[in-house]
Design a protein around this ligand. Structure first.
Ligand code: CA
Length: 248
């Protein structure tokens, strides 16, 4: 049986006055199941803050109950994730229509459900999930961005991707269209593994090759170390990090 421990922190960064990222997490009373959520809002700071908060609140309201009780099968977890993303999308669409000054609001969303040794990840946008396997920090999510499409079709290199001016343009966001399906991935966790969820501000400030050095030690320490290193590097975007460690 894995025992999960979680820490998270969100910071406005060195330049921005507002933090449009929003994070939260839930860990079951026996420490063997968990929900972690990161959202990065957009559409003017008020709209961005509202959109990411709506996304996180809906996840926290709907998903813990799916994890409680007898372990749910993969199909049930995936359906709950898809339904929740649809509910977030609908709520933001409604807010956009009723508040003309927030007509551009939207958000990314990445969610991890952990039950037993199963991890299921759903995402829309460029907030990411990485799977730490003890020697590799493997990116599980594929950014829904124009730049990622260009890297994949060979138009630009991965090295160029971090520098192009349109690197933040998303191909998919919650609130942007009537129907948005998350991309869902699942894999098993082993003792010593971890999940790192983050907004794009972390990779923007700090090369991902430098992240593993911060991941040993208590989860709070890992998160504080990553945030501080991002601030030391001059983080020009909001930075959010959630770190879930699975111990045997
Ligand atoms: Ca961001």
């Amino acid at each position: 049986m894995l025992t999960l421990s979680i820490a998270g922190r969100s910071h406005a960064g060195c330049v921005r006055e507002h933090n449009e990222d929003c994070i939260d997490w839930w860990c079951g009373p026996d420490g063997d199941r968990a929900l972690v959520v990161v959202a990065d809002g957009m559409g003017g700071y008020a709209g961005g803050e509202d959109a990411s908060r709506m996304a996180v609140d809906l996840c926290m309201a709907r998903l813990p109950s799916v994890l409680e009780g007898a372990p749910a099968d993969a199909g049930t977890l995936a359906e709950a994730l898809s339904d929740t993303f649809l509910a977030v999308n609908a709520a933001i669409r409604e807010a956009r229509e009723s508040q003309p000054d927030q007509a551009q609001m939207g958000t990314t969303l990445v969610v991890a459900l952990v039950a037993g040794d199963r991890a299921m990840i759903a995402h829309v946008g460029d907030s990411r999930c990485y799977h730490w396997t003890g020697d590799c920090l493997c990116q599980v999510t594929r950014d829904d961005t124009v730049v990622q499409n260009m890297v994949d079709d060979g138009s630009i290199s991965a090295e160029q991707a971090g520098r192009v001016p349109f690197r933040n343009i998303l191909t998919k966001a919650l609130g942007a269209e009537d129907d948005v399906q998350p991309t869902i991935a699942q894999f098993n966790l082993r003792p010593g593994d971890g999940l790192l969820l983050c907004s794009d501000g972390l990779a923007g400030a700090l090369d991902s090759g430098r992240w593993p050095a911060h991941l040993s030690g208590a989860p709070e320490q890992a998160v504080d170390g990553l945030i501080q290193a991002s601030l030391d590097a001059g983080a020009d975007d909001n930075v959010s990090v959630l770190w879930l460690r699975a111990d045997g």
